[in-house]
Design a protein around this ligand. Sequence first.
Ligand SMILES: [Zn+2]
Ligand SMILES: [Zn+2]
Length: 305
Amino acid sequence: MISYVTAFIDLSQKPFVLHPHPHEDELLSSWLVRVSVAHDTMPCSLMNMHFPEYKNIIFSRDLDVWANDDLLAKLSIKSNLPAETLFSMTLQSYRGILQKKILTNTGNNMLSPIVSRARKNQKHGLKYCPLCLAEDSAPYFRKIWRVSFYSVCLTHRILLLDKCCKCKKPISFYKFKDDAGFTKCWFCGQKLSLCTSIPVADNEYLAIKKLSDIILDKKYKYANQEISVLDFFTVYHQIAKILNPHSSPSNRLNPCESLKLSIRFWEEFDNLLNGKNISATTQKSVLSKDMTYIPAFYKKKLDTL
Ligand SMILES: [Zn+2]
Ligand SMILES: [Zn+2]
């Protein structure tokens, strides 16, 4: 039985007694909740006892974005895991890949915001695949599910979900009520693994597969040329903004809209590589509007239009 702790013990000098090993591509917050489940203690209570200096902070903000070097170093001592491993579980590890910098507020173009208040997420930025959760021997939340364009599970070829299928509330897995697992909706108790989603077509699958491969390969290759991953996603963001001017870090697309945008991106990006304008008629000044850094390959293409 998971317990709310009423008598706080200072565990700041003690290691975690139990610490399940992180899974492949697991989010730091997901792992810390599993550590808390292993201790039969609510995540907030366990963190307050181990990190009194971060009392009521750890899960009150977007931990996967803000986790700083100090916290990671302390977590490393408590879990005996290298700080680098713990860093790789945060969204800061996308620094230099998806964006030059990952901001600690909600203003990241390439990440889906959650806007946590009192450990309840206000935005639907935490996506999930119900079939992955159903098949996991120990269910967990993946880091890539927080990437804004990542709208399809490449294993199950279905659209990711971004809310509880029953009550439609955003997912807040650090706020579970019982020990039956943190993969239930905190509000209505719906098992997220029993929610259903829709299969995607081959072209939809490929649009997302190609984007996620660029993260893995750290580059995009076309016609004997290589574009660095950061240059590619800088241009991805610019083209996505042109195709969908109303999107902003605080006004995110849902997985279905996001998937449509990714498909349009590839159409327009291929046009651009073939010397054609984006959306056929876009003003040239718009193509580089507000860009503080214009990748060389993009500038070259714009110059030939
Ligand atoms: Zn899946
Ligand atoms: Zn619900």
